[in-house]
Design a protein around this ligand. Structure first.
Ligand SMILES: C[S@@+](CC[C@H](N)C(=O)[O-])C[C@H]1O[C@@H](n2cnc3c(N)ncnc32)[C@H](O)[C@@H]1O
Length: 264
């Protein structure tokens, strides 16, 4: 259990860092996840742990808390409409059109970025494109860099891509897949907080900002979309999750189809 005061302290702290508000319904989940961190410090009393968290203000411990409290659910080729759309976009590109740059802006453990890599390797070839994947949580960025996943995350992956771009785990990695090195080497992962000034990562032809906006209140969501859309090339496009709605004109965007936007 977590007391009202500790829950408020933790949700205030988490909101300041991530921009995400933890609703009261998340109380049990927060308690369960923080309990593990408290135990690693030999504390069975969660309120005592929160007290220390606040008083010590240790950035490393704060990172561990953020890692525990973010929702990182993802899988390969999630929301396949976007991959079909991107595939058509690539087919319509003139030859020699330059490097096609894509940003997976809340990449979680990397399945989204590697799905894009598979599509680009298939449609463009192994050169001529770049992918950047960023996330707030250091833990998921580490997983993304490893590129090793439980096989069930590939349930939406076209079987020909599974065969071509993944290696089946053996021995202790039975039941897992490893993304082929030629793709792992082509995707650059790093940490970035969408709430803050973004790192200098250049401009992109395509940005995936999917299944993260749902966690923010409207003003925060608007500020994030503006910040992210500023990284689009003039003819670039932005994908959001299909469950996420945007007031496109107010944000300088135009809606091309559900969850697909271009600069106005
Ligand atoms: C549900 S996952 C979405 C993953 C992927 N885009 C997809 O659609 O499958 C949401 C991700 O957003 C990240 N996130 C939450 N707040 C963030 C912030 N302020 N800055 C960057 N990433 C954030 C979380 O760490 C999490 O990995």
């Amino acid at each position: 259990m977590i007391s009202n005061r500790s829950f408020e302290l933790v949700s205030g702290l988490f909101h300041r860092v991530s921009g995400i508000r933890l609703t009261d319904g998340k109380r049990a989940l927060v308690a369960g996840r923080l309990q593990k961190l408290a135990m690693t410090r030999g504390l069975s009393d969660l309120d005592r742990y929160v007290e220390l968290l606040v008083s010590e203000n240790d950035p490393a411990e704060l990172v561990r808390v953020v890692d525990k409290l973010t929702t990182n659910e993802t899988y390969f080729f999630r929301e396949p409409e976007h991959f079909e759309h991107l595939s058509q976009r690539l087919a319509a590109r003139p030859k020699g059109a330059g490097v096609f740059r894509v940003w997976s802006a809340a990449s979680s453990s990397g399945e989204e970025a590697y799905s894009i890599a598979m599509l680009l390797a298939d449609k463009i070839g192994i050169d001529g494109w770049e992918i950047v994947g960023t996330d707030l949580s250091t833990a998921v960025v580490d997983t993304a860099c490893r590129g090793l996943y439980p096989m069930d995350r590939a349930r939406n992956m076209p079987p020909v891509y599974l065969k071509r771009f993944c290696r089946k785990g053996q021995g202790e990695h039975e039941g897992q897949l490893l993304v082929a090195r030629e793709l792992r080497d082509r995707v650059a992962f790093g940490c970035a907080n969408l709430m803050e000034a973004l790192p200098d990562i250049g401009l992109f032809d395509q940005i995936f900002l999917r299944n993260v906006l749902i966690y923010f209140d409207p003003p925060t969501k608007e500020a994030i979309v503006r910040r992210v859309a500023a990284k689009l090339k003039p003819d670039g496009m932005l994908y959001t999750g299909h469950a996420e709605s945007l007031n496109a004109p107010a944000l300088g965007l135009r809606s091309l189809r559900p969850a697909v936007y271009a600069l106005a």
